[in-house]
Design a binder for this molecule. Structure first.
Ligand code: A3P
Length: 318
């Protein structure tokens, strides 16, 4: 096999050559491991995580399918914990003003959390994130009572968000043919971190079985009723708002701080970068239903049919 990435070990290269693989719509090599599709370097990160990660019961893991509201969930969680950890922190030294949420909350599989990087998270709880499906963390977390928050989003909006994001990152035009090819791999489940239905169902089922440890949130509900949803998140994380805080407008303050409008207007998010990725790419429209403007009725029908078929009987509705 023609695998050139320096960060990929010989052992992983051997493993990859035995896995199903193909080149995705953006020209990147992708392979299927334990039922999920990963880029080669992401797979290395997943393997490192599975080998090295030592969970703590106080860990909080923010999980999502890419382009489902990860950045927003990270910001909100940082703001919630920041408030419960240091009452004295004044508004102008808030960490969200100086770093992008992805710089504050690392990804387990792509930010090499398993190595010494985690040392800087000596504070408890450690706030971590992942796009891995739950099944990829099963063995590693099986004796841990850490908390997982999953955010899901309407799959059509997620696809459109991914189309624009992928184009921005690769500095290419968001052409119809790119969208069509991304749509196809989304539907046949062979895209990055796909199939999406396995991703959704893994977290959904666990949230029903074990609601104390897995919270299932939705982007659309966050948009529709932000107050109720951030309170739900705060309760789950064990840092509920006090009456005094509610009366004092703390809920609104956090929502304002974490709004797309505010975050995207901060200097750090306008001009900053993380591993060569402009922070600004994480912020676009943040609307519900934007996919209506781009998907044909046939594309919408096809996605609806897949959702109906795959989620049937699970209790998870779209
Ligand atoms: P759109 O491309 O539809 O605008 P992720 O954070 O998982 O990468 O998802 C990115 C999507 O979340 C983008 O959606 C982006 O605009 C939106 N988003 C980013 N920050 C947000 C915020 N603070 N509030 C609401 N939506 C946000």
């Amino acid at each position: 096999a023609n695998i050139r990435d320096d960060k990929i070990s010989e052992e992983t290269k051997k493993l990859i050559s035995s896995l199903p693989s193909h080149t995705d719509s953006q020209g990147q090599k992708i392979c299927q491991y334990q039922g999920c599709w990963y880029y080669y370097n992401t797979l290395q990160g997943v393997l490192n995580f599975q080998r090295d990660f030592q969970p703590k019961d106080t860990d909080i893991i923010l999980a999502s399918y890419p382009k489902s509201g990860t950045t927003w969930l990270k910001a909100l969680t940082v703001a919630l914990l920041e408030r419960s950890m240091s009452d004295s922190s004044s508004d102008d030294d808030h960490p969200l003003l100086y770093d992008n949420p992805h710089g504050i909350v690392p990804f387990l599989e792509t930010d090499q959390c398993s190595s010494s990087n985690l040392a800087k998270f000596s504070a408890s709880p450690r706030l971590l994130s992942t796009h891995m499906p739950l099944q990829a963390m099963h063995e590693t977390l099986k004796n841990s009572s850490c908390k997982i928050v999953y955010i899901c989003r309407n799959v059509k909006d997620m696809l459109i968000s991914l189309w624009f994001f992928g184009s921005a990152v690769h500095k290419i035009e968001p052409t119809r043919s790119l969208l069509e090819s991304m749509f196809k791999s989304l539907c046949n489940g062979t895209n990055y971190y796909g199939p999406f239905w396995e991703h959704l169902l893994g977290y959904w089922r666990r949230s029903v079985e074990d609601p104390k440890h897995v919270l299932f949130m939705r982007y659309e509900e966050m948009k529709a009723e932000p107050h109720a949803q951030i309170k739900r998140l705060a309760n789950f994380l064990g840092c509920p708002f006090t009456k005094q805080e509610e009366d004092g407008g703390v809920v609104d303050k956090i929502l304002d701080l974490c709004s797309l409008r505010n975050l995207s207007s901060l200097e750090v998010n306008k001009t900053g970068k993380i591993k060569n990725m402009d922070h600004k790419f994480y912020f676009r429209k943040g609307e519900v239903g934007d996919s209506k403007n781009y998907l044909t009725p046939e594309m919408e029908n096809k996605i609806d049919m897949i959702i109906q078929e795959k989620l049937q009987g699970s209790g998870l509705k779209f």
